[in-house]
Design a protein around this ligand. Structure first.
Ligand SMILES: [Zn+2]
Ligand SMILES: [Zn+2]
Length: 292
């Protein structure tokens, strides 16, 4: 009985999210705080689950980890989301209007079709951005997320702010969609990503793991050897990795990079400057006389 309930954790949360967004009053949907409040509430639920059904004792959260996660949650919900709206979403929507682009077919599709459309569009963009990060110098912005030494529900929000901004970019603003369907999709993406980073011991149904990213697939992406991180790029829709041949089955319990040293917030913020600092230091070393 308990095992069945645990298996159905993620699917039932997705159903509850769909029921919630498709039945709340219009005034709630128009309130800009509703989507943030729901995202935070669902994150808190996964965090509470970590206390009761722990996956690995080594991932148990402690004060410094919790405060770091809290810091990034505030940065994400308080700053990055609104910067994203102002510098990416709003100009994209304005450009769409100016060019007279309309996608009325999307607006008149059933609620669930619109939800699925947003999930696919967002995840397709995230997949390629994430894959690019692992195969180009953009890695220096993403590396701090891989230097985390344990996985927890809010760890998807932990990383260099530039990376968090880049990975959140999407072209959803080009589509005409119902607000409630868009918010529903974002809440689903958030919950799946929280579970994919969470220290929660449960095995969802096989169909769920086939479509959505789970802790098994994502922990493997957080493996210590850099080469082993080059798989399972999809933040929430692992189906994309299956389609593009980057899916790998398995699970990791030891996560981090290099010597697995935990980075401070300052180090996470400064990390993308490391190649530049190394180059400056190398130049200085060349120009200064050799030491004894
Ligand atoms: Zn990665
Ligand atoms: Zn991750």
């Amino acid at each position: 009985m308990k095992r069945t309930l645990l298996r159905l954790l993620q699917p039932s949360m997705l159903v509850l999210i769909i029921v919630f967004w498709s039945s709340i009053p219009a005034s709630w949907i128009d309130n800009p705080f509703t989507v943030t409040a729901v995202s935070i509430a669902t994150l808190l639920i996964v965090q509470v689950l970590e206390l009761f059904i722990e996956r690995h004792a080594g991932w148990r959260t402690y004060r410094l980890e919790f405060l770091t996660d809290l810091f990034y949650a505030v940065i994400y919900f308080g700053v990055i989301s609104s910067v994203e709206d102002d510098v990416a979403e709003a100009p994209l929507a304005a450009g769409k209007t100016a060019l007279g682009i309309t996608t009325q077919w999307a607006l008149h599709s059933p609620f669930l079709v619109q939800v699925a459309l947003v999930i696919v569009v967002v995840e397709f963009g995230q997949y390629w951005m994430h894959r690019l990060m692992h195969n180009s110098p953009v890695w220096w912005t993403h590396a701090p997320h891989h230097h985390i030494t344990q996985l927890n529900a809010a760890k998807g929000l932990v990383g260099n702010p530039l990376e968090l901004f880049l990975v959140s970019l999407s072209v959803v603003a080009l589509f005409d969609l119902r607000k409630d369907a868009t918010f529903c999709a974002f809440t689903i993406l958030g919950v799946v990503s929280s579970f994919a980073h969470a220290n929660v011991r449960n095995t969802p149904p096989r169909w769920y793991s086939y479509i959505f990213t789970t802790i098994e697939a994502h922990s493997l992406h957080h493996s210590v050897p850099y080469q082993d991180t080059r798989c399972n790029y999809a933040n929430s829709l692992i189906l994309i990795d299956r389609l593009f041949g980057t899916f790998r089955a398995g699970e990791a319990s030891i996560v981090g990079q290099d010597d697995r040293r935990r980075l401070s917030i300052l180090e996470q913020f400064m990390f993308p400057l490391r190649p530049l600092i190394a180059r400056v230091n190398a130049r200085r070393g060349k120009s200064s006389p050799a030491a004894g």
